[in-house]
Design a protein around this ligand. Structure first.
Ligand SMILES: Cc1cc2nc3c(=O)[nH]c(=O)nc-3n(C[C@H](O)[C@H](O)[C@H](O)COP(=O)(O)OP(=O)(O)OC[C@H]3O[C@@H](n4cnc5c(N)ncnc54)[C@H](O)[C@@H]3O)c2cc1C
Ligand SMILES: NC(=O)c1ccc[n+]([C@@H]2O[C@H](COP(=O)([O-])OP(=O)(O)OC[C@H]3O[C@@H](n4cnc5c(N)ncnc54)[C@H](O)[C@@H]3O)[C@@H](O)[C@H]2O)c1
Length: 441
C-alpha cells in the first residue's frame, strides 16, 4: 500500500488543527490534513455548530420564515466551508485528504475513501476529531423515530410546529429560543430543579421569565420514563405523562470523538469519558502526538480549540512557554434572548471558595442605552474580592453581553481592579458605559 511521509499530520479539520496546518504549511513544512466529510471542511463550528446556529437565530429574529432561515444558514456555512477548504488546499505545502483516518500504529494513520486507501506517517501528529452528541439512555430511544441531535435537526424540513427538547444546557436553551422565534410551541424537559442552575440567582429568575414569555414551557425536575411513537410522531413519557411532538431534539451533552480512530493500535491513553489524556502542552501519552479541541476533554468551545492551537504551536516552534496551566478566566456566552455571558465566579462560588466578596447588581432597565435600544431585559452583576478589589467574576445578561464580557476578562487577566471601570471613560450611549455604575460601590 502507498505510504507518504509528512512533517505534520492533522486528523480532523477542527479549529486548532486547521490553524496549525495553515501555519506550518506557510512555513514550508509538508502537512497533511485529513477530513472524513466534505461537508465538514472547516470543522464543527462552521458547519453544524456556532456559526449556523447563530445565523439561524439572527435570521429568525429578523422575522424570516423557516425556509429562509435554512437558506441563510446554507449560504453562510457553504461560504465559510469553501473559504476554509481553499485556505489549506491552495497552500502548496498542504495536502487535504478527504477520507476516514484511523491510526494503525503510534505514528501512522490509514486514510480510507471508498476503495482507496493510503498510509500517512509522520513524527508529529495532531488529533482534532472533535466531539459527538450523546444519546440519552432512555427506554425506547434506539427504536423511536423523530428524535434528533443538534446536527440532524438543522436539516429538518418542513418546520416542526411543536418541538420537545431533552436537556437544558446551551444547546437545548439556544434551540428553544430559536424555535420559539420561529413560532413553534417548545417544551424543554429539564432533569434539574431549575434551568441555568450554576448561574446567578437573578439570571435563573429572569431567564425563566423571558423564556416563558416567549411561549416556551420549561418542565423542571422531570423523570424521563420512556420515549416512543404515536403514528410517526415522537412521544416523551415524563413523570408518567405522555407529551407528543412533531420533533424532539436531544441536547444531553457531547463526548470526545475517539471511538473509531484506531487508538487501540497505539499507546495513546484515554480517560473514563473517552477523552485523550494530555499534558500541559496538549501532548498525549505518545511523544509527538497531540490532542486538541473537544477530543482532549477540555471545555467545549471553539475559542478553547484555538487556544489549544496556541499551546501546541508554542510547544513545537517556540519555547513552550504558554501551556494549559496558564489558561485562565474563560468567558462564555449562551445565545439566549438577550445573550447571557459570564466570566469567573458567581457570588456563591466565590463564597464557597472562601473569598470575602462585595457585589453589585443592576437591572438593564436602568441603563440609558437600553432605552435607546427599546430593549430593557436583563441584568449585570459583578463579584469582587473585598480584600484587594480584584474582580472575581461577572455576569452580563443583556443585548451586547457577548461582546462586553471580553472587556471584563481582559481586566481580570491583567489584575485591573474593579475601580478602574468605575472611572473609565466610555463612549455614550453604549451598554459598556454601564460598567461605570456597576462598579460604583
Ligand atoms: C449546536 C452547537 C452549538 C455550539 N455553539 C458554540 C458557540 O456558540 N461558541 C463556541 O465557542 N462553541 C460552540 N459550540 C462548541 C464548538 O462547536 C466546539 O467546541 C468546537 O467546534 C470543537 O472544535 P474542535 O477543534 O474540537 O474540532 P471540530 O471542529 O469538531 O472538528 C473535528 C473534525 O474532525 C472530523 N473527523 C472526526 N473523526 C475523523 C476521522 N476519523 N477522520 C477524518 N476526519 C474526522 C470531523 O468531521 C470534524 O470536521 C457549539 C457546539 C454545538 C454542537
Ligand atoms: N454558546 C455556546 O458557547 C455553546 C452553544 C452550544 C453548545 N456549546 C458547547 O457544547 C457543549 C454541549 O452542549 P449541551 O447543551 O449538549 O451539553 P451540556 O452538557 O452543557 O448540557 C446537557 C443538558 O442535558 C441534561 N442531561 C444530561 N443527560 C441527560 C439525560 N440522560 N436525560 C435528560 N437530560 C440529560 C443536563 O442536565 C443538561 O441540562 C456545551 O458544553 C458547550 O460547551 C456552547
Amino acid at each position: 500500500m502507498n505510504t507518504k511521509h509528512y512533517d505534520l499530520i492533522v486528523l480532523g479539520f477542527g479549529k486548532a488543527g486547521k490553524t496549525l496546518a495553515a501555519k506550518f504549511g506557510s512555513m514550508g513544512k509538508a502537512v497533511a490534513m485529513i477530513e472524513e466529510n466534505p461537508l465538514m471542511y472547516g470543522g464543527t463550528c462552521i458547519n453544524i455548530a456556532c456559526i449556523p446556529t447563530k445565523t439561524m437565530i439572527v435570521a429568525a429574529s429578523k422575522g424570516l420564515s423557516y425556509d429562509q432561515v435554512l437558506n441563510q444558514r446554507e449560504v453562510v456555512t457553504s461560504r465559510l466551508r469553501n473559504k476554509n477548504f481553499g485556505m489549506l488546499d491552495t497552500n502548496e505545502h498542504v495536502d487535504v485528504y478527504t477520507g476516514h483516518g484511523e491510526f494503525i500504529s503510534n505514528k501512522e494513520i490509514a486514510v480510507t475513501a471508498g476503495e482507496d486507501k493510503i498510509i500517512l506517517c509522520g513524527e508529529t501528529i495532531i488529533i482534532n476529531t472533535g466531539a459527538v452528541a450523546i444519546k440519552p439512555n432512555i427506554d425506547g430511544i434506539d427504536t423511536a423515530t423523530g428524535f434528533y441531535n443538534s446536527t440532524e435537526i438543522q436539516q429538518l424540513s418542513p418546520q416542526p410546529s411543536t418541538l420537545g427538547i431533552i436537556g437544558a444546557g446551551p444547546i437545548g436553551l439556544e434551540f428553544a429560543s430559536l424555535y420559539a422565534k420561529l413560532g413553534a410551541k417548545v417544551t424543554v424537559f429539564n432533569i434539574e430543579s431549575s434551568i441555568l442552575k450554576r448561574e446567578e440567582p437573578i439570571v435563573q429568575e429572569l431567564a425563566n421569565e423571558y423564556l416563558t414569555e416567549q411561549g416556551i414551557t420549561i418542565l423542571n425536575d422531570v423523570t424521563l420514563n420512556s420515549v416512543s411513537n404515536d403514528g410517526n410522531k415522537p412521544v416523551i413519557t415524563a413523570n408518567g405523562q405522555n407529551y407528543t411532538f412533531d420533533a424532539v431534539l436531544y441536547a444531553t451533552g457531547r463526548k470526545p470523538n475517539t471511538a473509531n480512530i484506531g487508538l487501540e493500535h497505539t499507546d495513546i491513553t484515554t480517560n473514563e469519558r473517552g477523552a485523550i489524556v494530555v499534558n500541559d502542552t496538549c501532548e498525549s501519552s505518545v511523544s509527538g502526538v497531540y490532542a486538541v479541541g473537544d477530543v482532549n476533554g477540555g471545555p467545549q468551545f471553539t475559542y478553547i480549540s484555538l487556544d489549544d492551537f496556541r499551546i501546541v504551536f508554542s510547544a513545537l516552534t517556540g519555547n513552550g512557554q504558554y501551556t494549559l496551566k496558564d489558561r485562565k478566566n474563560i468567558p462564555y456566552t449562551t445565545f439566549l434572548t438577550p445573550p447571557l455571558a459570564r466570566v469567573g465566579l458567581t457570588e456563591e462560588d466565590a463564597i464557597n471558595k472562601g473569598y470575602t466578596v462585595k457585589t453589585k447588581e443592576m437591572l438593564v432597565a436602568t441603563m440609558p442605552r437600553a432605552h435607546v435600544n427599546d430593549y430593557l431585559k436583563g441584568a449585570f452583576k459583578i463579584v469582587v474580592n473585598a480584600d484587594n478589589d480584584l474582580i472575581l467574576g461577572a455576569t452580563l445578561y443583556s443585548q451586547g453581553a457577548e461582546e462586553l464580557i471580553n472587556l471584563i476578562k481582559m481586566a481580570m487577566d491583567n489584575n485591573i481592579p474593579y475601580t478602574y471601570f468605575k472611572n473609565q471613560i466610555f463612549t455614550h450611549p453604549t451598554m459598556a458605559e454601564n460598567l461605570n455604575d456597576l462598579c460604583n460601590f
